[in-house]
Design a protein around this ligand. Structure first.
Ligand SMILES: C[C@](O)(C(=O)O)[C@H](CC(=O)O)C(=O)O
Ligand SMILES: [Mg+2]
Length: 309
């Protein structure tokens, strides 16, 4: 299976089609699994592995730039990376838009920009600016009304009604589960299509959220955080609609990079590492090298009728 069909230069599927598919999928009752892709190449690998969608993590994007996840990245950086990632596959891509990069008017501009970039949806959280990782202590949330303004501006700014505006509440770790549930209900009333239930602790908490909120729900299975790592089957059984594994691919890759660099330094050769590496041939498959070559050949063998080469 190739990650993209059609043109080698972009996704073979239109943005509108991906978004329609995403909306249908969220209403299908089937769990949508979206691993984080820290690069467009990783997005192609996510598609190849048979997942239903791609996630672009703010934490991974910041880490990739050598920055902590504390609201330092800009809309321009996020949209550029998100757009390149969205174009890399035929899958819908959901992106982390943090707090919307400013006041409500900026949140509106964020949605318009991410729509233009080819994303299928984004999530906005109810943290104060500058935000913190949702799984760390010391984060703060804005008053509900402020988040309703943020969300209202975002929902009103989309031109494609199928662009998914996902509202994330960070309130569980700050105000408790009941307050988080009340916030989620208010966010649904304000037009949120999907609720991101950040940093719930146990399966029982996910269950309580599900029973209380009548809207599609997203679970965040990030490692080394506050949430118990539930399996896809557990989340299905709980009635969740989507799950992200936001930083998983980055953590896998960086673990391998650190170990590999250590071995290269100590042994002076990468020979012992070859079996664990993505082979050049496999990389070229993901990049569709052969298709680019065919395209190139067509250009070079191009002749005009009656004109001798
Ligand atoms: C989902 C998240 O917002 C992200 O940026 O990927 C992070 C993930 C993490 O830091 O583990 C979050 O949960 O705040
Ligand atoms: Mg984030």
């Amino acid at each position: 299976m190739t990650a993209t069909s059609g043109s080698v230069f972009s996704s073979g599927r239109s943005d509108a089609d991906k978004r329609r598919g995403l909306r249908d999928a969220l209403n299908s009752g089937e769990l949508q699994r979206w691993p984080g892709a820290f690069s467009p190449l990783v997005a192609k690998m996510v598609a190849d592995a048979g997942f239903e969608g791609v996630y672009v993590s703010g934490a991974a994007l910041a880490a990739d730039l050598g920055l902590p996840d504390i609201g330092l990245t800009t809309l321009t950086e996020v949209a550029a990376r998100g757009g390149a990632t969205a174009r890399a596959t035929d899958l819908p891509t959901l992106i982390d838009a943090d707090t919307g990069f400013g006041e409500p008017m900026s949140a509106a501009r964020t949605v318009a920009t991410l729509e233009d970039a080819g994303l299928s949806g984004c999530h906005l959280e109810d943290q104060v600016n500058p935000k913190r990782c949702g799984h760390l202590d010391g984060k703060e949330v804005v008053p509900v009304d402020d988040m309703l303004r943020r969300l209202g501006a975002a929902v009103g700014a989309r031109r494609d009604e199928n662009f998914i505006v996902c509202a994330r509440t960070d309130a569980r770790g700050v105000e408790g589960l009941d307050a988080a549930i009340d916030r989620a209900k208010a966010y649904v009333d304000a037009g949120a299509d999907l609720i991101f239930t950040e940093a719930l602790a146990t399966a029982a908490e996910f269950e309580r959220f599900r029973a209380a909120v009548d809207a599609p729900l997203l679970a965040n299975m990030t490692e080394f955080g506050k949430s118990e790592l539930l399996t896809a089957q557990q989340l299905r059984d709980l009635g969740y609609n989507a799950v992200i594994y936001p930083v998983t691919t980055l953590r896998i890759a960086m673990g391998a990079v650190e170990a590999g660099l250590g071995e290269l330094s100590s042994t002076g050769t990468q020979r012992g590492l070859l079996d664990g590496m993505q082979h050049r041939a496999r990389l070229y498959e993901f990049l569709r090298y052969a298709d680019y070559n065919a395209f190139d050949n067509q250009l070079f063998t191009f002749t005009r009728p009656g004109v001798q080469k």
